[in-house]
Design a protein around this ligand. Structure first.
Ligand SMILES: [Fe+2]
Length: 335
């Protein structure tokens, strides 16, 4: 049988890659968008008014942003060290697909990649010359200078698919890297961030699990994600291999509007294995970037099949505007 030897969770948002004195570049984007917050949809100016009493001023000072950015980098480094020291035979990464591998035309709720290699595609800076923010992120911690293929573990992927289907989860199987007019499509940001920033280009054989957390109408519910995670945990334990398997949740927590109250409730529910709270949480809370918290719920479900509990390494609510936009960064391990 295989052993689940540990798990990790990390945020992956742009503020982790942009320097603290570049965070205002994202505020400029925030001002042009509508934002999901506690079931409603608001303009930037409406959010400033709605949240005026919360006093975001000190949290938006450069000194705070600089200190918070440094705290995040410390945890990203620590997570990489811990994952590499753990040295699992297989790493399962649970991340959302934001129209990356599945750009249009098909939008599966749950996908398990069961091919033997996956791709991080090279970046083309010429194409991105008008995309200043994207260029910083892509160049630093997402894509690679040349097409890079990473080994995957189709034996475990196929085993999880079979066991999940037996448990009545009708998952999508993806046996090869999707292709568009430009050729094979590189993995999405939720996966490349783990490989480039956390593992620092020292790949561990991978099983990618892709979740549609973002896009209506077929996002799986929070309860469904947690239950799917439990099915994954049972499947790993029943894999007749003797291998050591670890998991990584990629994304979240609340963004692009930071909601510390909600994050605290979700973290506590995960730590106490409080399935009733997870099941009762309104789906309207899991919108936009906050929906990525479902990736954590899947890993939490898998780890509920072990004796290991989630240990928060740090929680860093990174604000970038008077509207409370930003990204609450969370870093955790299960041990
Ligand atoms: Fe994301």
């Amino acid at each position: 049988m295989a052993n689940i030897v540990g798990a990790f969770g990390t945020s992956h948002g742009p503020l982790l890659t942009l320097a603290a004195d570049q965070w205002h570049l994202r505020e400029q984007v925030d001002r042009t968008r509508k934002h999901a917050f506690r079931g409603g949809t608001y303009s930037f100016d409406q959010l400033v008014e709605l949240r005026a009493s919360e006093g975001f001023g000190p949290k938006n000072e450069l000194a705070t942003r600089t200190a918070f950015h440094a705290r995040c980098q410390t945890q990203l480094d620590a997570l990489g060290d811990m994952a590499l020291d753990l040295n699992p035979d297989v790493l399962i990464i649970v991340g959302d697909d934001q129209h990356e591998w599945f750009p249009t035309g098909i939008q599966p709720a749950f996908t398990i990649y069961n091919g033997d290699k996956t791709l991080n595609s090279k970046y083309d800076l010429e194409k991105m010359k008008d995309w200043h923010i994207s260029r910083i992120m892509v160049e630093k911690f997402r894509h690679t200078e040349v097409d890079t293929y990473y080994d995957c573990v189709p034996e475990l992927a196929n085993h999880i698919i079979a066991r999940a289907v037996a448990d009545e989860f009708d998952v999508n199987a993806c046996p090869q890297v999707p292709v568009d007019a430009n050729g094979p499509i590189g993995m999405g940001h939720a996966f490349t961030f783990i490989y480039r920033r956390i593992l620092r280009d020292r790949p561990i054989p991978l099983v990618p699990i892709l979740v549609n957390t973002f896009y209506p109408p077929n996002q799986p519910s929070a309860k469904r994600c947690y239950d799917f995670g439990k099915a994954i945990g049972r499947a790993i334990k029943s894999w007749d291999s003797g291998k050591r398997v670890a998991l990584f949740a990629s994304g979240g927590l609340s963004h692009y509007v930071v909601d510390e109250t909600w994050d605290e409730r979700m973290i506590k529910a995960i730590q106490t294995r409080d399935e009733a709270t997870i099941a009762a949480e309104p789906e309207t809370m899991f919108r936009s970037g906050s929906s990525e918290t479902k990736n954590w719920l899947i890993v939490a479900g898998a780890m509920a099949e072990t004796q290991m509990n989630m240990n928060m390494l740090d929680y860093v609510p990174c604000y970038r505007s008077a509207a409370g936009t930003g990204n609450a960064m969370a870093f955790a391990n299960w041990k």
